[in-house]
Ligand binder design. Structure first.
Ligand code: ZN
Length: 490
């Protein structure tokens, strides 16, 4: 086990030597999705970043307990402190039971994670299955005097907390700045101070998702679930907590306040935050019209995309950028990634069946050290990929007879790729990814035929024909029947 791993801690704003609290165990908590809509690509990038953290810590020999939650209650529209629940709103719009919404988007989330070869966590707890733990935590915070009850809701007393602990430390805010940016209380609220946030909310009569509590029927505040579940599964003090940068405030600063308020301990020692995605230099967001779904990226079916890209191309593309930097999507960069990924995989394939040719004229140990050094430097995947390209160049030279390689080093070179390209970076070999794409075909075809069907329903026959003709060109025949469309791959 190496002690050389350094991680940038958002809380202390510096790279720190990673020392687990209770080696060889490592506790890793990552804020998971709110399952009310399809996962978008920004989420994929964030979960991929922590997939790498999980993979590398496991590769180093640590026994990682990786907890990634599912938010299925309490996250209100606009991340607000009162109003409608995102899941309940979707349920109302789609005329579904809230748990049907939760199941539907949880399934979709898992499909997308598998597609990009993002490993499942060790525990995937949901907020609705931890209502008791959350109520217990609210009671503790009340007992310690850091919260108050008001009209069936319980609010965290930010000013009281701030007297002994700086509130907003993680995101670099202080309460005077926050005060300047806060709307005054509008009378609907039962808070004493606009800075206070709900840890338990009274359910209005129209609110579907509700549970009995000592304060009446209600539901937990959004920030509370992560405090309750990380404490339950990883303890009051644990190693690493991760999430997207947009969660720093209020979500993570509130988590810290709740943790201290309930247990006296702040929770994780290290906070890690992934950076966001931009498209042609602008933040990727649904409201900007430039946020595409993983399906659109793979099928190429989006006005900003010139073609579709395979999940492994996208994985490679994302890992060519350090998790803490912004990553810009463009067709040009994706096409370059497609080529780069193929070149790397071809070189690795080329090592199969190769015979040793005497004494090596390259330094395998230096390559191995460079790989470890890159990952130990705060999971620097772009540097690791560049070292793998160096190794791939050597592999090609061995193949063409321009370099010699001993039997031992040939084995060593193969295991270097196994370790770093496949185990740590989670790439799939080309033929494996092809198999995965074949698994995807029925789902994608179903999607395309549905799009064509809705074009026909709205009498947009030009689009319907264009889809059929384009499929025909790819060797897929579409036949319309009274029961719907069928397809046949020639
Ligand atoms: Zn969270």
């Amino acid at each position: 086990m190496t002690a050389k791993l350094k991680i940038y801690n958002t809380l202390t704003r510096q790279k720190e030597n990673f020392e687990p609290i209770n080696p060889p165990h490592v506790g890793l908590y990552v804020c998971g999705p709110t399952v009310y809509s399809d996962v978008h690509l920004g989420n994929v990038r964030s979960f991929l970043s922590f997939d790498i953290v999980y993979r590398y810590l496991s590769f180093l020999g640590y026994k990682v307990r990786y907890v990634r939650n599912i938010t299925d209650v309490g996250h209100l529209v606009d991340d607000a402190d009162s109003g409608e629940d995102k899941i309940a709103k979707k349920a109302r719009l789609e005329q579904l039971e809230p748990m049907e919404v939760v199941q539907k988007y949880t399934n979709g989330f898992h499909d997308v994670m598998r597609l990009f070869n993002i490993l499942p966590p060790s525990i995937e707890p949901t907020a609705t299955a931890h209502i008791i733990e959350q109520i217990e935590m609210v009671k503790k915070i009340l007992d310690k005097g850091f919260a108050y009850e008001s009209d069936g809701s319980v609010y965290f007393d930010v000013r009281k907390f701030n007297e002994s602990h700086p509130y907003g430390k993680l995101s670099g805010r202080n309460i005077d700045d926050l005060m300047a940016n806060t709307r005054s209380l509008d009378g609907q609220d039962h808070k004493r101070d606009p800075l206070d946030f709900a840890i338990w909310k009274r359910a209005e009569s129209s609110h579907i998702m509700r549970w009995p509590s000592p304060w009446g029927e209600g539901f937990p505040g959004w920030h509370l679930e992560c405090s309750a579940m990380s404490t339950k599964y990883l303890g009051a003090e644990f190693d690493i907590h991760g999430g997207g940068m947009d969660l720093k405030f209020p979500h993570h600063d509130c988590e810290i306040a709740q943790n201290i308020g309930a247990t006296g301990k702040s929770g994780p020692r290290i906070w890690m935050h992934g950076n966001m995605l931009t498209v042609n230099g602008r933040k990727m967001a649904k409201s900007e019209g430039n946020g595409f779904t993983p399906e659109e990226l793979i099928s190429g079916n989006h006005k900003l995309l010139e073609q579709g890209y395979s999940p492994m191309t996208v994985r490679f593309f994302m890992l060519q950028c350090h998790y803490a930097s912004t990553l810009d999507f463009s067709n040009e960069a994706l096409r370059a990634a497609e080529k780069g990924y193929k070149r790397l995989m071809d070189a690795i394939d080329g090592l199969e069946g190769l015979e040793p040719s005497g004494k090596s004229d390259f330094d395998l140990a230096a390559l191995q050290a460079a790989c470890a050094e890159a990952m130990n430097d705060d999971f620097n995947t772009p540097i690791l990929i560049s070292v793998l390209f160096e190794a791939a160049k050597i592999a090609r030279q061995i193949q063409s007879g321009d370099r010699s390689c001993s039997e031992e080093d040939l084995t060593g070179l193969r295991s270097l790729f196994d370790d770093y390209a496949f185990t740590v970076l989670g790439f799939r070999k080309l033929e494996e990814s092809k198999g995965k794409e074949e698994e995807l075909t029925p789902g994608l075809m179903d999607l395309i035929l549905k799009l064509r069907h809705s074009a026909k329903l709205s009498k947009d026959y030009a689009t319907a024909d264009r889809i059929r003709n384009a499929l025909q060109e790819m060797g897929i025949t579409v036949k319309d029947t009274p029961q719907g469309s069928e397809y046949k791959i020639d």
